[in-house]
Ligand binder design. Structure first.
Ligand SMILES: [Mn+2]
Length: 321
């Protein structure tokens, strides 16, 4: 953390970015850092490979530039990568990452980025909390724009303070942010309960095909590209479907299979007690112990079969320990 603070203080110009398909924590940490560094007199740009989801309207989201091309490899401003490793931004080539001048702040256990300016702690509930700590250390006085973003990031990654990653300190930090006068009820509603009607119709259809196995310990939902088209739902805004699979009272592992583009399959893994990060890693994915993801290409049914076989085996191994 000290090295990262020194780099943030020493440089004058930054590009701030995060992972593809931004979520509340990636956006909250970007905006919090952006406004904080601006207060310190730095000049910053925010860039993303994908636009923010339409249900959020936090101050500053409109300042995020959506880039269709990766950032140039040649010398430019320092890049701050938040909530992921540089490869997951979709904007930083391997050469650019190896060239240095990258600050990486993240809480994902699978983050393997090696560099002199990394602040990575899988114990943290959200990257927004880590940005909060950095801003405090650097003497930034938090305002409502920063507080809205950081609070949104914390609420997003803790599932509204419900997940195991929520600590007593998470509530303390959240309370401090709420005291700055943010509209916390609106922020929570935008994240969890503000969906287009097409999403809810797709949800109804997907739930009517909810599947389970191993006495209900394995539960999964499957949505094909055709389903998205048929119900008019935007695949980019449907990752929360997995919440409904994990609600099943017997579920130990919940899975979501989404064919977001023809033959491009995104898989979500959730558990309340089993390390599904390791399971996702078998398919080239990663994330956290209890919440992870992976991408496969090919047929949806083949992806489902492959991952279910691994999940059954994984639950079987667990029974023996
Ligand atoms: Mn996060």
């Amino acid at each position: 953390m000290k090295g990262v603070i020194q780099a943030l203080q020493a440089q004058e110009e930054f590009i701030i970015t995060s992972h593809e398909h931004p979520d509340p924590d990636s956006l909250g940490s970007m905006l919090g850092l952006y406004f904080g560094l601006q207060q310190l007199g730095k000049s910053c740009r925010m860039v993303s490979a994908d636009p923010p989801p339409a249900n959020l309207d936090w101050p500053g989201l409109d300042k995020i530039e959506v880039l269709s091309q990766p950032l140039p490899d040649e010398d430019g401003p320092w890049i701050v990568v938040l909530d992921c490793e540089p490869a997951r931004t979709g904007l930083i080539s391997q050469d650019r990452a190896a060239a240095g001048k990258i600050i990486n702040i993240d809480h994902h256990q699978g983050n393997l980025f090696q560099g002199p300016y990394t602040y990575i702690n899988p114990e943290e509930p959200s990257t927004s909390v880590m940005v909060y700590r950095l801003l405090r250390e650097m003497g930034v006085s938090l305002d409502r724009a920063m507080a809205t973003a950081l609070y949104g990031g914390i609420v997003g990654d803790t599932g509204g303070f419900r997940y195991a990653n929520t600590t007593p300190e998470t509530f303390t930090i959240a309370a401090e942010l709420v005291e700055l006068g943010i509209d916390h009820a609106l922020i929570a509603r935008q994240i969890f309960a503000s969906k287009p009607i097409e999403f809810l119709r797709l949800l109804g259809y997907a739930l009517s095909n909810l599947k389970s196995d191993l006495e209900g310990r394995l539960v999964w939902l499957k949505v094909s590209h055709e389903d998205f088209v048929r119900w008019g739902a935007d695949p980019a805004e449907t990752d929360q479907l997995i919440q409904y699979a994990r609600m099943v009272n017997t579920a130990r592992i919940a899975l979501l299979f989404r064919e977001v583009k023809p033959r491009e399959i995104r898989i979500g893994f959730r558990s309340d007690s089993i390390d599904v990060g390791k399971l996702a890693a078998r398919f080239g994915g990663g994330g956290h112990k209890l919440a992870a993801g992976a991408k496969l290409s090919g047929s949806l049914d083949e992806a489902v079969e492959k991952v279910l076989a691994a999940a059954r085996e994984y639950l079987g191994e667990e029974d023996q320990t």
